[in-house]
Ligand binder design. Structure first.
Ligand SMILES: [Zn+2]
Length: 162
């Protein structure tokens, strides 16, 4: 089977999502899975990056999936939740050990940072109620486990349990 080697070491699976799969890419990053995404990218460039970086292309474009110039996983599903479920099941990603470890905007692994170091950048309410922070060394975003995190986690739990 074409993808069998990924079952044994799914934590090292890397994806590049086509331009229609931005939401899916975000959720995969939230699960800690290395997923590149560019809103505007030519097919040839997508194929080049996939080959250079040993990434599997996630695509809704059947013609791209039929070119077979790089590992491609074709997604028929229209809804993000269904797409995510399909990818998780196919690559056995349920056992992924590192959720919430990657910047959902730029895909860089997050680092834990002390509250004192980001204090002046936090909204008042966040200062008051949160003590655990992570930040992205690439795009400098600060993450905390607030409402947005909880909503995304609830969504993921729902997908993982379905
Ligand atoms: Zn980032």
């Amino acid at each position: 089977m074409q993808y069998s080697h990924h079952f044994a070491k799914n934590s090292s699976i890397k994806f590049i999502a086509d331009c229609h799969l931005g939401k899916l890419a975000k959720y995969l990053r939230l699960l800690g899975i290395d997923t590149l995404y560019f809103p505007h990218i030519e097919d040839d460039e997508l194929l080049r990056i996939a080959n250079d970086e040993d990434r599997t292309i996630l695509t809704k474009d059947r013609s791209l999936s039929e070119r077979k110039k790089a590992p491609v996983f074709f997604l028929e599903e229209k809804e993000t939740q269904a797409q995510l479920k399909t990818v998780i099941d196919h690559y056995k990603l349920k056992v992924q050990p590192s959720p919430f470890s990657r910047c959902i905007v730029c895909n860089t692994p997050l680092q834990i940072i002390e509250k004192e170091k980001v204090l002046d950048r936090l909204p008042e309410k966040v200062k008051k109620y949160f003590d655990y922070f992570e930040y992205c060394p690439s795009c400098d975003r600060i993450y905390w486990r607030g409402d947005h995190y909880r909503h995304m986690k609830a969504y993921l739990d729902q997908v993982l349990e379905s």
